[in-house]
Each structure stands twice: as structure tokens, then as C-alpha cells.
Design a protein around this ligand. Structure first.
Ligand code: G3I
Length: 305
């Protein structure tokens, strides 16, 4: 096929992008997004600070703009994210203990209930592991409510939207030999053994020269899939340019296609100028909306074989 989404669909996968509500008036951006992608993640608009700016008062205006545009154009939605140490509203940042735990569970319940039936997969918990080389949990106000906060969030999400796939999502978990990868793997294994409802693991995949696409990526994805979960590349971007960048993008497609439970890939933005990174050229379209070499390598890899 001739677009990323249609080519991925022929392989039983999706190819998605993050969308920012503030850019939805940009016709170049929206034309590319609508043409190329069939899975949509709100870049910021469904996070905790956006959806519950004051306690118990929920706002879904910007999330709805993105979700309704996606669904009315035949695309699916990844919900991002119900529970995270970052981008918490101010009132939540200063909470602790059982009050915070109750507020977290209420947030998960209210947001997942509001979007029930509209979300293919939720990043229920985002970035809960540390980069300490030991595979530990990250310290945060949520972690200090008790080590079971993650499973409590997953159980609340399942109760609120029984048909959404429930994912754990993190970064620096791509290389199988990293301690953080092993920490997440052991948590998922434990959740599956104890019947905690988890359906998928998201690999953010923010790559750069110091953290390139690992040669063992396929191994990582397969080992997680073998635990009985789907795996997804959820926030892909790769610093660099030209053929080196294109080859790495191709490698990510090949790793996903090699794992039957790798259900899709999402890039974290449309054009280089839409990226969260302050500088650089990490995406598939240049600032003018032209297809880069990386785009062509992704399309060819999706259509190969
Ligand atoms: O909306 C305000 C605007 O009103 C204000 O004038 C402006 C000035 O700073 O800030 C705007 O908010 C910014 C927001 O993006 C929207 O542009 C925040 O400051 C900024 O911190 C926020 O950055 C987002 C970041 O998450 C926050 O943690 C990025 O857009 C977003 O791409 C990024 O996404 C994360 C994923 O959720 C999780 N994984 C890592 C990934 C990249 O950091």
C-alpha cells in the first residue's frame, strides 16, 4: 500500500502518531496525519493535569477534539496516560498517603469510564521504573502510597472500561540487557502469575546516538510477548538524519513484524518541527511536510515480504 497506516494494516498492525490539539488548525499537519496514520495518541490532552485540573472537576474538551477527530476518520485511539509521576495537576502533587491513593483510583475510574468504548488501549501507568541500573521502581508520590499502586490502577481501569487493552508504558526498556527492562519484565510476569489485569506493554522508543535502536530489540519484544501480553512501540522517534536514521526506523519495523504479538508502532509527532525535542530532526516528515528518507524506509519495510 502507499501509506503507513494502510501498509501496516496489510500486516495486521497499525501505524500511528501523537497529535497535539493546538496544531489541529494546521492543514498541512492534519492532511498528513489523516492520510498516513490509523492510530492516534493525544500528546498531552488526556494526561492527569489536562483531565482533572482541580480535584473532582474533569475537563475533556481537548482530549475529545482529538478522540472525536480520530474516530470520525476511522482511526483508533491509544489513551495516554491514566497514572504518571509527571504532569500531575498541582493539587495532586502535594498529596500523599491514602488520600493520594484514593484520588488516583478516582482519577483512573473517572477518565477510563468517560472514554469507555472509545479507546483501543490505555497506557494505564507510565514510567514507574527508575534508571538506576538496578531495575527498581522510581520514587514518586504515587510509589510512596505503597508498591501495589500500579496493580490498583490496573484493576480500576479494567473495572471502568472492560474492553480497553491495558498497557504498562516506559522508556529505556528496549535493550534486553538493561536492568530497567528486566525490572518491568519481572513486574509483568508477576502480574500475569497473580491475575492482575494487564494486556500489553508499551515501549516508548525515544532513540538517539547514545541510546540507539538495540540489536536485540526483537528479543526484547518477543520475550515480553511470551509472557502473554501484546507489545507496542508507543512514542517512537530517532535522532539523526539521512540513511543512518532511515536504517534505524526500518529496524524498528522489522523487529515489530517479527513478533506476532507486536500490534503496532506509533511515532511521537508528525513533522520534525512538531517534536517535543527542542532541536533535531527525529521524525518521518520534515518541517515543510515532505517525506524524509526515514519515511520511505518505514513504508518499504511495512510492504516487504
Ligand atoms: O500548554 C502550555 C502552554 O499554555 C504554555 O504557554 C507553555 C509554556 O511552557 O507550556 C505548555 O505546556 C507544555 C506542553 O508540553 C504542551 O506543549 C509543557 O510546558 C511541556 O512540559 C509539555 O511537554 C510534553 C512532555 O511530555 C511533558 O512531560 C511534551 O509535549 C510531550 O511530547 C511529552 O511526551 C512524553 C510522554 O507523555 C511520555 N514519554 C516521554 C514523552 C516525551 O517527553
Amino acid at each position: 500500500a502507499s501509506t503507513l497506516g494502510a501498509s501496516a494494516a496489510e500486516k495486521g498492525r497499525y501505524y500511528g502518531t501523537a497529535i497535539a490539539a493546538g496544531r489541529m488548525g494546521d492543514s498541512t499537519y492534519m492532511t498528513i496525519a489523516n492520510r498516513e496514520f490509523n492510530m492516534i495518541t493525544a500528546e498531552n490532552e488526556m494526561k492527569m493535569d489536562a483531565t482533572e485540573p482541580s480535584q473532582g472537576r474533569f475537563t475533556f474538551t481537548n482530549g475529545d477534539r482529538i478522540v472525536n477527530w480520530a474516530l470520525s476518520n476511522g482511526k483508533r485511539v491509544r489513551g495516554h496516560t491514566l497514572a504518571w509521576h509527571a504532569q500531575q495537576p498541582g493539587w495532586m502533587q502535594s498529596m500523599s498517603g491514602s488520600a493520594l491513593r484514593n484520588a488516583l483510583i478516582n482519577h483512573v475510574t473517572q477518565v477510563a469510564s468517560y472514554y469507555r468504548g472509545k479507546v483501543y488501549a490505555w497506557d494505564v501507568v507510565n514510567e514507574a521504573f527508575a534508571d538506576d541500573g538496578r531495575g527498581s521502581r522510581r520514587d514518586s508520590n504515587l510509589q510512596r502510597t505503597g508498591n501495589d499502586w500500579i496493580e490498583a490502577a490496573f484493576r480500576a481501569a479494567r473495572a471502568a472500561d472492560p474492553n480497553a487493552k491495558l498497557c504498562y508504558n516506559d522508556y529505556n526498556t528496549d535493550n534486553w540487557s538493561h536492568a530497567k527492562t528486566q525490572g518491568v519484565y519481572n513486574m509483568v510476569k508477576d502480574f500475569k502469575a497473580r491475575g492482575v489485569p494487564i494486556d500489553c506493554v508499551g515501549f516508548q522508543a525515544h532513540f538517539n546516538s547514545g541510546n540507539p535502536v538495540p540489536s536485540n530489540y526483537h528479543t526484547t519484544l518477543q520475550n515480553f510477548a511470551d509472557l502473554g501480553v501484546d507489545v507496542q512501540i508507543t512514542e517512537l522517534d530517532i535522532e539523526g538524519s539521512g540513511s543512518s536514521q532511515a536504517q534505524q526506523y526500518q529496524g524498528v519495523v522489522q523487529a515489530c513484524l517479527a513478533v506476532s504479538r507486536c500490534t503496532g508502532i506509533t511515532v511521537w509527532g508528525v513533522r520534525d518541527t512538531d517534536s517535543w525535542r527542542a532541536s533535531g530532526t527525529p521524525l518521518l516528515f520534515d518541517g515543510s511536510g515532505n517525506k524524509k528518507a526515514a519515511y520511505t524506509s518505514v513504508l518499504n519495510a511495512l510492504n516487504a515480504g
